[in-house]
Design a protein around this ligand. Structure first.
Ligand code: FAD
Ligand code: SF4
Length: 342
């Protein structure tokens, strides 16, 4: 590992000034992704600024039903928070479907959102990769791309975003609070945090140099909404999603859906809000044929590669089953772990 300096920041201004001043400086949350990438030589910072002890470590449930989640809150703390488990079960389920107990205890909300893709070529510095080395090429298109994206890709990069939590947050209409080195704040919807790969896959987010994620904000959930997160993966644990879905729906008295939010994971360079599918379902009864047609509408612009075309059928099945189970009250966990393997 390249030598680097380490500073534990005592306040946000100090942290931001340190990172904004040096192009080779990075923030450190729990370190569970960054340190791995440093060991592999993928990340080579000269200065690591630890922001995990800044006072952004609280989950605040407000009287209007919204929630402010500090950027330094640990994933295990958030998953176990009683208010989150009760009112936003989708978020708790997504967190518990990710990584392992030990990793979740170290990992932070901000670090989880900004974790890097698990594309094997990105992690292997002996291979070319446009994301790591702009203009060097994308071996994944003609190589191993089973886990990679089918929606929102470009010919320059087909990497998928790995975060389960980000998918839940997209379905919950969460926003992310960013603090600039000058101390001003701005808020962006979680989906808009991530940039499409286009011709510049090395530019992954809208963050400006030195900008710090201080919090995630959840609006109050619609009263009566039913929520669930489901993830299909190759193993029960330590495995990223092949496909995942976060769903929040509400049924009116006549059985039609009057609220629908669906986000997909493992299929795009960012959490993918399935707006076309939502539009097809809103105001209708969630019959199986319609659910499958809605998922099909979402996939109209999909660009699968030979090794990951199976994801299209998987997405359709998962979306249809998750909405159907929610409205019928079926519990997919009743027969096992509540998750699927491929
Ligand atoms: C074996 C294994 C299995 C895993 N499985 C899953 C899985 O199934 N699902 C899943 O979602 N995740 C999984 N993970 C990933 C894990 O969730 C992430 O490593 C973790 O969430 C990253 O959080 P962190 O706080 O440790 O981030 P760090 O490693 O500290 O940082 C990650 C990035 O965020 C930046 N950063 C950190 N804090 C801030 C901030 N406040 N503002 C701006 N930038 C910041 C850092 O500079 C860095 O670029 C797995 C990891 C491992 C090792
Ligand atoms: S898919 Fe993206 S991350 Fe993977 S090799 Fe291609 S450019 Fe790199």
């Amino acid at each position: 590992m390249k030598e680097f300096a380490y500073v534990r920041a005592s306040d946000a201004d100090e942290a931001a000034a340190l990172v904004a001043d040096r192009p080779d400086a990075v923030y450190l949350g729990g370190g569970t992704n960054l340190v791995d990438l440093m060991k592999l030589g993928v990340a080579r910072p000269g200065l690591v600024v630890d922001v995990s002890r800044l006072p952004y470590d609280r989950v605040e449930h407000r009287s209007d039903g919204s929630v402010l989640i500090g950027g330094a809150v640990r994933n295990s703390v958030l998953a176990g928070d009683a208010g989150i488990r009760w009112r936003f079960p989708l978020l708790s389920q997504a967190l518990l479907a990710g990584a392992s107990g030990q990793l979740r205890t170290a990992a932070t909300v901000a670090g989880n959102l900004l974790q890097r893709t698990r594309c094997g070529y990105f992690q292997d510095v002996t291979k070319p990769c446009n994301k790591r080395e702009p203009g060097s090429g994308c071996p994944a298109v003609g190589g191993a791309h089973r886990e990679l994206a089918v929606l929102g890709t470009s010919e320059h990069c087909v990497a998928s975003h790995p975060s389960d939590m980000a998918v839940a947050l997209a379905a919950l209409d969460a926003t992310v609070r960013l603090r600039s080195p000058g101390g001003t704040e701005r808020t962006v919807p979680v989906e808009e945090l991530y940039l499409p790969p286009d011709r510049t896959p090395h530019r992954e987010t809208v963050l400006a140099p030195g900008e710090l994620i201080t919090a995630v904000e959840l609006p109050a959930p619609p009263p009566g909404a039913l929520m669930r997160y489901r993830k299909v993966r190759d193993r029960w644990s330590y495995a990223f999603a092949l496909v995942s879905v976060g769903v929040s729906v509400r049924q009116a008295d006549d059985g039609t859906l009057d609220r629908v939010a669906i986000a997909l994971g493992g299929v795009a360079p960012r959490p993918w809000r399935a707006r076309a599918a939502e539009e097809r379902l809103l105001g209708h009864r969630p019959e199986d044929a319609l659910l499958r047609a809605a998922a099909g509408a979402e996939l109209a612009d999909a660009r699968p590669l030979p090794g990951n075309a199976f994801k299209l059928g998987l997405i359709t099945d998962l979306v249809a089953a998750t909405v159907r189970d929610l409205v019928t009250g079926a519990d997919p966990a009743a027969g096992g772990h509540g998750e699927e393997q491929s």
